[in-house]
Design a protein around this ligand. Structure first.
Ligand SMILES: Cc1cc2nc3c(=O)[nH]c(=O)nc-3n(C[C@H](O)[C@H](O)[C@H](O)COP(=O)(O)OP(=O)(O)OC[C@H]3O[C@@H](n4cnc5c(N)ncnc54)[C@H](O)[C@@H]3O)c2cc1C
Length: 341
């Protein structure tokens, strides 16, 4: 089975069923059922549980489609109402504003499917598959190539967009093709060359402007080239070693988004921040991690604005000391204007 373009059955959004619900914080929310599909759109859906930072406000509207058909129906719903669309993978590289996100947020994590093809050595996965789970599954089979990815807590779609990488490897090195859905509902298969990859970036990354958001393409599926036929025990040992190394060098015990800033080559962002004396520096519940200065951790009760203001503080201090502009790797979604007083 592959995720492929649906033949018909795309929902008509004229006669919508709706149902009122009370959320945990007593905000009244509404669930809109799109007919002829199993897709439902929820209003005022809290996003903090869907981001690794565990912060952020609510999505005006939220959908988590389970198949391509429901994804297309959600997009159609947004298009007909001229709504801004924001895509959420595992939320492991996101800072969502305390004020939430306007428009429709579409979460891809329920788009699930994976196929290891022993003939070609290719792994084809739906956007919502978890990268660490795929790394463990590949290791169990004795397929080499994904050992480096075990500590990256995102989805396949997020990894393709971010060009996720670690231990001198990255998705661009092994991507054969990515299937993407355009805002007009058409599917395209793109090669790595067409995705314009470089360090932690791709042409799939969109800016915050309304026109860029409207053009945003959604990764639905990816095919990766791996190398089958190795001894599973050996691949597993390397995978475990990578995981162990990360647990000892990065603060996995507190919510974070991984590295906050891109490394401004030839420097490492962590080294610059540490040399600026910012390790342990805290604003509200947000702290520059003691174990790794390029991580900002939520020590408990942090607001998105605490993290945002700490990011700005670090940028300012590093600029003053080194005349280097640290560029955030984390994607900031929603409104932060005036957040730092
Ligand atoms: C503890 C920790 C360690 C980390 N270590 C690493 C590391 O070693 N290397 C590394 O590269 N990253 C690392 N990260 C960051 C993060 O895991 C990666 O950037 C990851 O690839 C993000 O995937 P995601 O599914 O969580 O995407 P999200 O964070 O949900 O989204 C990231 C961006 O991609 C877009 N997006 C997501 N899915 C899709 C889709 N299907 N179609 C179109 N757009 C989409 C979103 O709109 C957003 O702009 C780490 C994070 C944490 C919390």
């Amino acid at each position: 089975m592959t995720i492929s373009q649906a033949a018909g059955n795309v929902c008509t959004v004229s006669a919508l069923n709706t149902k009122k619900q009370q959320t945990t914080n007593s905000v009244e929310s509404e669930v809109i059922y799109l007919p002829s599909t199993d897709c439902a759109i929820k209003s005022q859906a809290s996003l903090s549980a869907f981001t690794s930072y565990r912060v952020g406000g609510a999505a005006d509207l939220y959908a988590a489609p389970r198949n391509l058909e429901a994804l297309q129906a959600s997009l159609k719903y947004a298009k007909e109402r001229n709504l801004k669309v924001t895509i959420l993978g595992a939320g492991s590289n996101l800072l969502v504003s305390d004020r939430g996100i306007s428009g429709l947020v579409i979460a891809t994590r329920h788009l699930r499917f994976s196929n290891f093809d022993p003939e070609t050595g290719q792994l084809t996965v739906a956007a919502g598959e978890s990268i660490p789970s795929l790394a463990w599954a590949a290791a169990e089979l004795g397929w080499q190539g994904l050992e480096w990815a075990v500590g990256i807590p995102g989805t396949a779609g997020g990894a393709v967009v971010m060009n996720a990488g670690a231990h001198n490897s990255c998705i661009a090195d092994m991507l054969v093709s990515a299937q993407v859905l355009s805002p007009d509902g058409t599917l395209e298969t793109l090669t790595p060359e067409q995705l314009g990859y470089s360090y932690r970036t791709s042409l799939l990354q969109s800016g915050e402007s309304p026109s860029e958001r409207r053009c945003q393409r959604i990764v639905t599926q990816a095919t990766l080239q791996l190398a089958p036929g190795a001894d599973p025990a050996k691949v597993m040992a390397i995978t475990k070693e990578h995981k162990k190394h990360r647990l000892s060098t990065q603060p996995y015990n507190f919510p974070s988004c991984g590295s906050v800033f891109r490394n401004p080559k030839p420097y490492s962002a962590g080294w610059l921040i540490e040399q600026t004396g910012l390790k342990g520096y805290q604003i509200g519940g947000a702290q520059v991690a003691l174990l790794h200065a390029n991580f900002i951790v939520n020590r408990g009760g942090a607001k998105a604005s605490d993290i945002f203001c700490l990011i700005r503080h670090i940028q300012h201090q590093v600029q003053e000391r080194w005349s280097i502009n640290l560029e955030p790797e984390v994607k900031m979604l929603g409104e932060f204007q005036g957040a730092c007083g």
